[in-house]
Design a protein around this ligand. Structure first.
Ligand code: SAH
Length: 247
């Protein structure tokens, strides 16, 4: 899968893309992260990429010409989905990550300043994505968030680092807690069942703790799910253990 990021800060994106899972995925040829510096497409003497907003007010706006020129400089194939990072976009979640993971190529546009000239959106953008109801200083962290979450879902990317299938949200639930050695630390013991070697019991414990976490922390996630009989039984046990009533 190919990701093209359009940004004024390519070095920020490059650093993250080189590290850890994304770095290995690039070396293995599973993903390609390409960076385009929008400033390279500002053709005036001062290489200006921003200007004052029409109508007045604080802050600067990213100009339309460099962004459109940068977009038009990209290869046309494979045909990308062109995405603008924006607080006004569709909230990003695991389901949207899975949808995007089925595509061959994404182009991710990072705004800076007060945002980008609206005409970029009208001329070129297929979709706007927000990473949450807060405002960041630029679209780089949101774009890298999308690249990271989508890449994890591409077969082979996670390799030995666990499977995306058991991650939080992939089945609509939060993931169960994890433990590693030592088996006791400052009086806190690892739950007995995890040391038992009984894989059926371990799977049951994990499923139950996943349900417990979700019920206690994000009950609205449970409302959207159709639970299996086994999950319903486990959730009933959890509720009895926690005491009836609201989480
Ligand atoms: N004035 C704008 C915010 C500009 S922040 C507003 O009030 O909506 C500058 C850039 O950061 C934006 O153009 C966008 O690309 C990016 N950005 C900031 N917060 C974001 C978020 N929650 N999700 C996605 N992109 C975001």
């Amino acid at each position: 899968m190919i990701f093209d990021i359009l940004t004024l800060l390519p070095e920020v994106c490059r650093a993250y893309g080189k590290a850890s899972i994304l770095g290995r995925a690039q070396k293995a040829g599973l993903i390609e992260l390409r960076l385009t510096n929008v400033r390279d497409f500002a053709f005036d003497r001062h290489r200006t990429v921003d200007d004052y907003p029409y109508g007045g007010g604080d802050g600067m706006v990213m100009k339309v010409e460099p962004l459109v020129a940068a977009l038009e400089s990209l290869p046309g194939k494979p045909k990308p989905r062109i995405i603008l990072m924006s607080p006004a976009g569709r909230p990003f979640d695991q389901q949207l990550a899975a949808e995007l993971a089925s595509l061959e190529r994404l182009v991710l546009i990072c705004g800076r300043y007060e945002g980008i000239d609206e005409r970029v959106r009208k001329l070129a953008v297929d979709q706007e994505i927000s990473v949450g109801d807060y405002v960041l200083s630029g679209g780089e962290l949101p774009a890298l968030t999308v690249v990271d979450a989508v890449s994890r879902l591409i077969p082979g990317v996670l390799g030995g680092e666990g499977s995306a299938a058991s991650d939080s949200f992939s089945d609509g639930l939060l993931e169960h807690p994890h433990y590693t050695r030592p088996d006791e630390f400052r009086g806190l013991k690892v739950p007995e069942v995890l040391l038992s070697g009984n894989h059926v019991a371990i799977a049951r414990w994990r499923q139950k703790e996943s349900l417990r976490r979700t019920w206690l922390r994000r009950p609205e996630l449970l409302e959207r799910l159709e639970l299996t009989d086994q999950e319903r039984d486990l959730l009933a046990e959890v509720k009895a253990e926690q005491g009836q009533g609201q989480p």
